[in-house]
Ligand binder design. Structure first.
Ligand SMILES: [Zn+2]
Length: 130
């Protein structure tokens, strides 16, 4: 049921407004971002866990040819970020000219798009070099 999952997602985003939501294994405490339902190590169930979104750049690249629909944003930076909590995540960097390995990043929340009359606003996490 697509509609129901959309509502659940919006609720999750509200609940997790100041942190990125990942998951944590109930058994071995392994952390996942993005969230996984089952632990990759021990197959136990996981529970929701907020992440600070803060981390350091492991590697990075600049995308100069953007996918269709995103041409106006190119060139833009993309980095692999090791979060303070442990997991590594790929994310867009809003100030790509500042990227270098080992630099610290913090999450920024930008409106990605808005669904017409329904007024549902989708937010996505990007990162900023600090
Ligand atoms: Zn586990």
């Amino acid at each position: 049921m697509p509609h129901r999952s959309t509502v659940a997602m919006e609720w999750r985003l509200k609940k997790g407004r100041y942190a990125m939501l990942g998951s944590e294994c109930k058994a071995c405490r392994e952390l996942y971002f993005p969230a996984r339902l089952l632990c990759r190590k021990c197959r136990s169930e996981t529970t929701e866990r907020g992440f600070s979104g803060k981390g350091k750049i492991v590697t990075y690249t600049t995308i100069s040819t953007a996918p269709a629909g995103f041409e106006e944003y190119a060139p833009y930076g993309v980095a692999l970020i090791k979060l303070d909590e442990g997991p590594t995540v790929a994310g867009q960097i809003v100030n790509g000219e500042e990227m270098s390995i080992g630099k610290s990043v913090v999450p920024v929340f930008r409106r990605l798009n808005q669904d017409g009359e329904a007024g549902v606003i989708h937010y996505g996490t990007k990162f900023e070099v600090v």
